[in-house]
Design a protein around this ligand. Structure first.
Ligand SMILES: CC(C)(COP(=O)(O)OP(=O)(O)OC[C@H]1O[C@@H](n2cnc3c(N)ncnc32)[C@H](O)[C@@H]1OP(=O)(O)O)[C@@H](O)C(=O)NCCC(=O)NCCS
Length: 117
């Protein structure tokens, strides 16, 4: 059963300033995501990485229907990749479908939440 859908679009440019802002990074991203960020050696890809992970978190908050709030916070999920590069997230007992796409300037994330009946 589909429980909810959510999408988010972000301008990549606004994330350049966060690349070295540890306080901001700690607020939004998990330790594992920050570790992945530090392993990237290209500034543009770093900004794209931060933007897309941020978009997934907001898309997830919309799919849940609660927004970023006392019910759901940025660090409640982290984006992982399978061995073919497909992004995955886990949260409670939901089955989660997530997809990400970028252009030169923007990134978009789309989340579909399913629950067993
Ligand atoms: C829902 C949320 C994620 C909206 O994100 P946003 O970036 O402000 O706005 P977006 O343009 O991406 O999305 C807006 C749309 O989200 C939808 N939306 C709002 N609340 C929603 C909810 N609880 N569930 C699902 N969708 C929701 C609305 O349709 C809205 O569009 P509308 O006002 O034209 O109807 C909001 O919880 C949020 O912005 N939280 C704060 C983020 C934050 O703390 N940033 C600071 C980081 S340091």
């Amino acid at each position: 059963m589909i429980y909810g859908i959510g999408c988010d679009i972000e301008d990549i440019s606004r994330f350049f300033e966060y690349i070295d802002n540890e306080r901001y990074l700690q607020k939004i991203y998990t330790d594992n995501e920050i570790k992945q960020l530090h392993s990237i050696n290209n500034e543009r890809r770093k900004a794209e990485f931060l933007a897309s992970r941020y978009a997934v978190k907001e898309a997830m908050s919309k799919a849940l229907g609660v927004g970023i709030s006392k019910y759901f916070s940025f660090k409640d999920i982290e984006v992982l990749k399978d061995n073919l590069g497909k992004p995955t997230i886990t949260y409670k007992d939901f089955i989660i479908n997530v997809t990400i796409s970028h252009t030169k300037t923007t990134t978009v994330a789309f989340v579909v939440l399913e629950k067993e009946k």
